[in-house]
Design a protein around this ligand. Structure first.
Ligand code: G3H
Ligand code: ZN
Length: 268
């Protein structure tokens, strides 16, 4: 975070699920020569576990020329937070935004106490995003209330604040980002801000948002689409396609190109 802030950079946080996407994200950030995060949500840890993701990331970063963090995205429990910190994750989100304000504060504060003991920064969310984060659908569209920001950040001790300003998860709903609201929040928040739901947000909006203390932008769907469509196109072309290795290598190429494109554009 400090590296990016001192250089005026915007950090993309790219969601991974598996080995191929983890390697692809590291490759894409190095192709662009820009820093960012590899991140995985609690929901995506069902297939593997934090140790596996840490191992894959360490292997993917062994020749990296740029700083890349490993972040727990939408951490859904204190147990997940501890497991990821213990596995070596360098950044954590505890997402208790679905809880009432006081409960959100309590959950985040507990995670902060654990994470800060190990020097790991914590992202928290105030407000709720509409949309689909893979199979988790949230109908609530509850924008971040600027009047609650200072109290929330002060009481929790979080290091990053994820905001709900018309951004949405997934590609099914068109985002309507409220930049004046982001400006208001940025003037109140003592910590940098995070935009979830990066896929589908016009690049000029992200570029404009940089002036409002936006430090991290999450991208999930854009990369997953590159991965899935690689296999989809091959199968459509030939139902007997079975070369997982060839398609996996091609998928890594496609995802890394998308990651390189995104990190370059949001920093241009
Ligand atoms: O936390 C993950 C991101 O918010 C993903 O959002 O799939 O709309 O890019 P996205
Ligand atoms: Zn998100």
């Amino acid at each position: 975070m400090k590296y990016a802030e001192t250089r005026g950079l915007m950090l993309p946080a790219f969601n991974t699920t598996n080995m191929e996407m983890t390697y692809a994200i590291a490759k894409g950030l190095n192709m662009a020569g820009l820093p960012g995060y590899i991140q995985i949500s609690s929901n995506n840890l069902r297939l593997s576990n934090p140790q596996v993701i840490t191992y894959l990331t360490e292997d993917a970063l062994k020749d990296s020329d740029v700083p890349i963090g490993l972040h727990l995205d939408h951490g859904k429990s204190y147990e997940d937070v501890k497991a990821c910190v213990n596995a070596g994750f360098t950044s954590i989100m505890i997402d208790a935004s679905h809880l009432p304000f006081g409960e959100n504060i309590k959950e985040v504060r507990r995670a902060v106490q654990y994470c800060h003991f190990y020097g790991v920064p914590v992202e928290a969310e105030l407000g709720a995003l509409q949309g689909k984060e893979e199979d988790i659908v949230n109908e609530a569209d509850c924008k971040t209330d600027p009047d609650m920001v200072l109290d929330f950040v002060t009481q929790t001790g979080c290091d990053l604040l994820a905001v709900s300003i018309g951004n949405v998860h997934g590609l099914d709903i068109e985002p309507k980002v409220d930049l004046p609201l982001l400006k208001t929040i940025s003037e109140i928040s003592p910590v940098p801000l995070v935009m979830h739901g990066g896929s589908g947000i016009p690049f000029d909006i992200i570029q404009k948002a940089r002036q409002y203390h936006l430090l991290k932008v999450n991208y999930g769907s854009d990369l997953r689409k590159e991965f899935v469509s690689t296999f989809g196109r091959a199968y459509e072309a030939n139902h007997n396609t079975a070369s997982v290795i060839e398609l996996s290598i091609e998928a890594v190429e496609n995802v890394s190109r998308k990651a390189a494109e995104l990190v370059t554009v949001i920093n241009s």
